[in-house]
Design a protein around this ligand. Sequence first.
Ligand SMILES: Nc1ncnc2c1ncn2[C@@H]1O[C@H](COP(=O)(O)OP(=O)(O)O)[C@@H](O)[C@H]1O
Ligand SMILES: [Mg+2]
Length: 257
Amino acid sequence: MVDGHNGPILELKGVSKHFGAVKALVNVDFEVRAGEVMALVGDNGAGKSTLVKGIAGIYPYDEGEIIFEGRPVSIHGPADTADLGIEIVYQDLALADNLDVVANMFLGREEIRVPFRLNESVMEKRTRETLHSLSVTTLRSVRQAVAGLSGGQRQAVAVAKAVMWNSKVVILDEPTAALGVAQTRQVLDLVTRLADRGLAVVIISHNLHDIFEVAHRITVLRLGQRVALYEAAQSNQQEVVEAITAGTIETVPGMAK
Ligand SMILES: Nc1ncnc2c1ncn2[C@@H]1O[C@H](COP(=O)(O)OP(=O)(O)O)[C@@H](O)[C@H]1O
Ligand SMILES: [Mg+2]
């Protein structure tokens, strides 16, 4: 880590955000370490996406601190987030359907990180190498348009983009919500590989089975507050459901019977 820093790579301290009268986040602490998969769970409206959008610089927090590699940082927009090495993959992916895989891998980054124009064959090679290194083997061609990809393949391209640009933190907001079983499997495997490479991964999901399969720790938000933080190995689905719902319901989709 930079300067021997070995605490969490990304930390939020006491972040709050309101939209009019709605308190979307109230004094929330959150952290993720390099090499760790941190799950972020909570019911609809709990504040998960708002937390991510604060990191993304889309809706800056009203209060609180963002600490990156041990230093306070200010994030005023998505370019600041990208500059820090934080990549956010949204459910409705920001991929350009009409462009091919290679073009998407370089889209929006050329002017930020590449001070010269790369030629097509270099771009194609880097794309192929990155996908290969992540064992993404289901793409027919890196020259196929993204519109023709399955949901799982789209997620894979978005995640590979993060890896190719040397991101240190990857945040996935509901990456498997629209996916079938086999595609979900691919994305979860990819999440594990990212953490094995030393990236910090934050994954938002409603599926506790998936969460317990990949996450090292689990942060629970309820009504904009952090109500629990678990070590996955020392917790269970029942306990997490109770934290999510304050004990008002006992099962959620994906829960072990
Ligand atoms: N742009 C916005 N304008 C107004 N209210 C918002 C906005 N974004 C989120 N909210 C509100 O903030 C709360 C948290 O929403 P969100 O972070 O999307 O929850 P989650 O992702 O956990 O489902 C909800 O009450 C939601 O309606
Ligand atoms: Mg959300």
